[in-house]
Design a protein around this ligand. Structure first.
Ligand code: IVH
Length: 666
C-alpha cells in the first residue's frame, strides 16, 4: 500500500490545481466525473484517516458548496429545499397532510415548473440590486453579485422602489449549452456534463466577462415576506415579481381539485420537454401565503410546497463489456460497462445487470445497443437491449466459471453464481466492511480501504479476529498510515462496538434476506441471540413479518458449521447486548398498512413481494376493500385499479415501491 499521507497530499494538490484552472482560468483539465471521483476518493481517505485532514483540503473548499473565492454571507432567511414526490398518490397524501394540519379543505395550489439550475437570492434596496447570494449550504451562501450583474435579463434597477428579497433560479438555456459545448469540443476542452453544471461553472467564474458571454438567464418564483407588500397569495407574488421587471417562466396554473392538478401535471410534463431550459419536475405550492407560517418547515423543506419529480429518464447507449463483482455472500453480480451516456443530468458508465437470469430474460449481449434508466436516486440499470440494431457481431455474455477474486470454481444455486470459498479475499473484505458499516456495528475508522489493508497483511482473516487486534498493536503500527493515535482510536472503536443491541448484531452478520426491519422483528420476538439461533423454520415462520425465504435463510445460517464456529468465536469476545431502540419498524412507511398486489411485476416475483411486505411489518391482503391502504400495481392490473381509484386508495407502481424501499434503507 502506498503511503496514505502521501496519497492524500497528491490528491489534494491535483484537485486544487484542477479547480483553480477550472474556476479562474476556465480550463477543464479533467472531466467532471473524474474530478468528482478524485474528490470522493479524498473524502473517503480523510474519513478513514481523520488525523490527515486539514482545513485547506479541497473537500472543504471546492465541490460546489463553499469555494473560497466568493465572500460568504449568511442568508437572512434560510434557503430550504423541497421534499420530493414521484407519483400522484404522494401528491394526494401531501394535500391530506396540509389539509389536516391547517384544518382546511378544498385548498388552491399553484403548479409551476421546477427549473434545474442554481438557486439565487436577490436583495434589492429601494429598487436597486445590492446583493445576490447562491444557496450554499442553505444557511450561508456565496456573494456572486458581480457575476449576476452581467446577466442581461436581471435588472439592476427595478420598475419600483422595492426593498426585499426575491428568489429564483439561474439557468443556462439549452441552446447556449449546446453552443458552448460545441466550442469547447472544437478547442479540445472537456465538455460540460449538463446545462446545470455549465451554469454553476459560469456563475463561479472570477472573470465576469465570461458570464456576460455565456448568456445565463434568471427565472424567479418566490417573494420573501409577501405580507410586507400587502400580498396574500402566491399568484399575486408572481404577478408582483413580473411587475417589478424580473422574469418568471410564465407557467403558473391554479388548481383547486386533484383532478385538475393531475391533468395539469400531465400537461406541464409534456410542455417541459419543449422549453429552452432544463426542468427536473414540477413544484406544487399552496396559493394562500398566509398559511405558510402555520404549516411551518421541517429541517430541510417547507410543509406548504412539494416537488413532483418526473419519472426516470431513459437513454440508449452501447454495452462495451461485462465485469463481475463478488458480494459479501459470495454472489457474483454482473455489471455493465457502458459507453458513457448522459442520464438524468449525470454521466453514466456503469450499470447494474442484477443477475444472470435477468441477462437471459432480457437477452442482453456485449456490443448491443441497450436502454439504460436512472430514476432520481436509484442506481442506473440496463432495462433492455435493442435487438433490431444488432449487426451480428454481438457476443453472448458468458457466465464466469471461476471467481474473479480468488479464482475458485463458482457454484450455481438457482440462477445465482456463488463463490463458496470462505477465504475469498473480496468476499471476506465485503463481509467485514458490512459488519463494521454505519448501519451495522458502526465501527468508525474501519472502512473498505482499511479492511483491505488488514486482510492483505493477514493481520485479520475473519470477523472475530477484529477483536484480537489489541494483541497485534505493534504489527499494526508498522503499517503505512497507521500512527499510534489512529491505531488507538481504531482499537477503542472496535471495543466500543461490543455494546450493541441484539438486532444490530444479527443484522451485522449479513445473513441473506435479514435487513434491519427483519433483525428488529427477530429481537422483538425472541430477545436473545441464543434464542434466535435455536429456532426451527416453523418457529421463525410463525412470526408476523417473516416469510418462507427469510426463515429458511436464517435457519440455514445458524446450522452452517462454519457460521457456527465463527459465531461462537465472535460471542466469546464478550459482547454486551443492550436493548434495541424502538424506532425502525414502527417508523417505516409501510408499517401496519394493508397492501394488495395486482398485475404482473418486472423485477419481483409475487411470493418475494409478499415476503417483503411482511418483513416491512405490513399486511398482504387478498381482496380490495375500503380498508385497503395501498394497491401495489404491476403490468395489466385489471379491475382492481379502477376500484382502488374509486375508493381513493393509494396506488403505487413497482418503481415507486422500489424507490420507497431505497429511501427507507438510507
Ligand atoms: S420554491 C422554500 N420553486 O428546487 C421553497 N424552487 O429542490 C423555495 N427550484 O432549492 C423553493 N424551481 O433551487 C421553488 N419553481 C420553483 C423552483 C424551485 C426550481 C429549486 C430551488 C430549490 C430546489 C429544491
Amino acid at each position: 500500500m502506498k503511503n496514505i499521507q502521501e496519497k492524500i497530499e497528491k490528491l489534494k494538490a491535483e484537485l486544487l490545481e484542477y479547480s483553480s484552472k477550472y474556476y479562474s482560468e476556465n480550463i477543464s483539465v479533467i472531466s467532471d466525473i473524474e474530478f468528482d471521483t478524485k474528490l470522493k476518493e479524498l473524502e473517503k481517505l480523510e474519513e478513514e484517516f481523520p488525523e490527515f485532514k486539514q482545513m485547506d483540503s479541497p473537500t472543504h473548499t471546492v465541490g460546489g458548496i463553499a469555494s473560497n473565492k466568493f465572500k460568504k454571507v449568511a442568508h437572512k432567511y434560510p434557503m430550504k429545499s423541497l421534499s420530493n414526490t414521484y407519483s400522484i398518490s404522494e401528491v394526494v397524501q401531501f394535500n391530506q397532510r396540509v389539509s389536516k394540519s391547517i384544518k382546511k379543505f378544498n385548498l388552491a395550489y399553484i403548479l409551476e415548473l421546477k427549473l434545474d439550475g442554481l438557486s439565487i437570492a436577490l436583495h434589492y434596496e429601494e429598487g436597486k440590486l445590492v446583493q445576490a447570494l447562491t444557496r450554499g449550504d442553505g444557511e450561508i451562501g456565496e456573494d456572486v453579485t458581480d457575476n449576476i450583474r452581467e446577466i442581461a435579463s436581471i435588472p439592476q434597477k427595478l420598475s419600483q422602489n422595492f426593498t426585499g428579497e426575491i428568489r429564483g433560479e439561474i439557468v443556462l438555456p439549452i441552446s447556449e449549452f449546446k453552443r458552448i459545448n460545441e466550442n469547447r469540443a472544437k478547442m479540445g476542452e472537456v465538455e460540460f456534463a449538463n446545462p446545470r453544471n455549465a451554469a454553476s461553472g459560469t456563475l463561479r467564474q472570477h472573470d465576469s466577462k465570461v458570464v456576460k458571454e455565456r448568456q445565463l438567464d434568471g427565472y424567479f418564483y418566490f417573494l420573501q415576506s409577501p405580507e410586507n407588500y400587502y400580498i396574500s397569495t402566491h399568484l399575486e407574488s408572481i404577478a408582483y415579481i413580473e411587475k417589478l421587471g424580473l422574469k418568471t417562466t410564465g407557467y403558473f396554473a391554479k388548481c383547486t381539485t386533484l383532478q385538475e392538478l393531475e391533468n395539469t401535471i400531465n400537461k406541464y410534463e409534456k410542455l417541459s420537454k419543449k422549453l429552452n431550459f432544463e426542468t427536473d419536475g414540477l413544484v406544487i405550492k399552496l396559493n394562500e401565503c398566509g398559511l405558510y407560517e402555520q404549516l411551518g418547515t421541517t429541517a430541510k423543506s417547507p410543509r406548504w410546497a412539494i416537488a413532483y419529480k418526473f419519472p426516470a429518464q431513459k437513454e440508449t447507449t452501447r454495452l462495451l463489456a461485462v465485469t463481475f463483482q463478488v458480494g459479501r455472500t459470495g454472489v457474483i453480480t454482473p455489471v455493465a460497462e457502458l459507453e458513457e451516456v448522459l442520464l438524468s443530468g449525470s454521466r453514466v458508465k456503469r450499470a447494474s445487470l442484477h443477475n444472470f437470469s435477468e441477462i437471459k430474460r432480457k437477452d442482453i449481449r456485449i456490443g448491443d445497443r441497450v436502454v439504460v434508466e436512472k430514476a432520481a436516486e436509484i442506481i442506473p440499470q440496463v432495462v433492455s437491449s435493442i435487438v433490431g440494431s444488432r449487426s451480428g457481431d454481438e457476443l453472448k455474455i458468458v457466465r464466469p466459471v471461476h471467481c474473479p477474486s480468488c479464482n475458485s470454481k463458482l457454484v450455481e444455486k438457482g440462477m445465482a453464481l456463488i463463490c463458496m470459498n470462505r477465504q475469498c479475499f473480496e468476499k471476506v473484505k465485503q463481509q467485514i466492511t458490512y459488519f463494521a458499516s454505519r448501519s451495522a456495528l458502526n465501527i468508525e475508522g474501519l472502512g473498505e480501504k482499511i479492511v483491505e489493508v488488514l486482510l492483505t497483511h493477514k493481520i485479520v482473516t475473519t470477523l472475530s479476529e477484529l477483536y484480537d487486534l489489541e494483541s497485534k498493536k505493534s504489527q499494526l503500527m508498522e503499517l503505512d498510515g497507521f500512527g499510534k493515535k489512529r491505531v488507538n482510536s481504531l482499537l477503542e472503536n472496535i471495543e466500543k462496538s461490543k455494546k450493541i443491541s441484539v438486532s444490530k448484531f444479527i443484522y451485522s452478520l449479513g445473513i441473506s434476506f435479514v435487513g434491519s426491519v427483519t433483525a428488529d422483528i427477530l429481537e422483538d420476538s425472541f430477545h436473545t441471540v441464543e434464542a434466535i439461533r435455536s429456532k426451527s423454520v416453523e418457529e421463525l415462520l410463525a412470526v408476523n413479518g417473516i416469510g418462507v425465504q427469510t426463515a429458511q435463510s436464517i435457519f440455514d445460517y445458524f446450522r452452517d458449521e462454519h457460521c457456527q464456529i465463527e459465531l461462537e468465536e465472535l460471542l466469546s469476545k464478550g459482547f454486551q447486548f443492550t436493548e434495541k431502540t424502538y424506532t425502525e419498524v414502527g417508523d417505516s412507511f409501510f408499517y401496519g398498512k394493508k397492501i394488495l398486489i395486482t398485475g404482473s411485476f418486472e423485477e419481483f416475483k409475487r411470493d418475494d413481494l409478499k415476503e417483503i411486505i411482511k418483513s416491512l411489518g405490513a399486511q398482504n391482503v387478498a381482496s380490495i376493500s375500503k380498508n385497503t391502504d395501498i394497491l401495489l400495481v404491476g403490468n395489466e392490473p385489471g379491475s382492481k385499479l379502477e376500484k382502488a381509484q374509486n375508493y381513493g386508495i393509494m396506488i403505487m407502481t413497482e418503481s415507486e415501491f422500489k424507490l420507497k424501499l431505497t429511501e427507507m434503507r438510507k
